[in-house]
Structures are given as C-alpha cells and as structure tokens.
Design a binder for this molecule. Structure first.
Ligand code: 5GP
Ligand code: ZN
Length: 114
C-alpha cells in the first residue's frame, strides 16, 4: 500500500526505532509510548486488521504474536507480565489501518482497560 504509514516504516521510507525484524514481521517502538515498553509489531505485508490477517495468512499472525513475546523478553518484561493489544476499528481506537500488535509492559496495567 503506497499511502500506509506502517508499510512505509517496513520499507524504511519513514524512520522508526526498530527493535526486531523477522522474515514476516517488524517490531518498532511506538512514537508516543503509553508504558515503559510500548512496541508495535506489524507484518511486512499490508492487512488492515488482525481478523483480516488471520483469514489471509494465519502463520503470519502467529509470527506477529511470537515476535511480540520476544520483544517482551528483550525488554525484560516477559516474566512480570505484559499485554498484547490489537485495536480493531475506529471505536476501539484504531488509527493506523495496517494491523499492529501493541506490546505494553513495564508498569502496572489496569484491567479492564479504558
Ligand atoms: P492504533 O491507535 O491504530 O491502535 O495505534 C497506532 C499507534 O501508532 C499509536 O500508538 C501511535 O502512537 C503510533 N504511531 C503513529 N504514528 C507513528 C509513527 O510515525 N511512528 C511510530 N513509531 N509510531 C507511530
Ligand atoms: Zn500497510
């Protein structure tokens, strides 16, 4: 997708602090972090949301989740606990329509979320 911010980050056309890269996924720090660890994990291929990715390429969705865990391990938050969030749709707060897992950790996380 030519006009997608996260496609541009994957392509290196928009700078980001890359944390991990795998065959099918890229992890980079959120520009407006909501926790000490706030990393976005995206598939390299453009899919608008998690359900679309699950339908089109379930192995890629699994890789996004596995990479999210490795991000948590790398940031030292895996043992204490972390949250993986896929905002899906505008009313849920999705603003970038290239599927991304938010990996949040390093502070107490309220439940239920706001
Ligand atoms: P959403 O609201 O769609 O679930 O999440 C989009 C996330 O992308 C937000 O947390 C926002 O801070 C982050 N974001 C928006 N623009 C950029 C950018 O240019 N670079 C990075 N690294 N993150 C961004
Ligand atoms: Zn995209």
């Amino acid at each position: 997708m030519t006009d997608c911010l996260f496609c541009k980050i994957v392509a290196g056309e928009v700078p980001a602090e890359i944390v991990r890269e795998s065959e099918r996924a890229v992890a980079f720090r959120d520009i407006n972090p909501q926790a000490p660890t706030h990393v976005l994990v995206v598939p390299r291929a453009h899919h608008p949301n998690a359900a679309a990715l699950a339908a089109a390429d379930p192995a890629s969705l699994a890789e996004v989740v596995a990479e999210a865990h490795q991000v948590a391990v790398g940031d030292g938050v895996a043992d204490g606990g972390y949250r993986i969030v896929f905002n899906t749709g505008r009313e849920a707060g999705q603003t970038v329509f290239h599927v991304h897992a938010h990996v949040l950790g390093g502070r107490g996380l309220n439940w239920p979320p706001g």
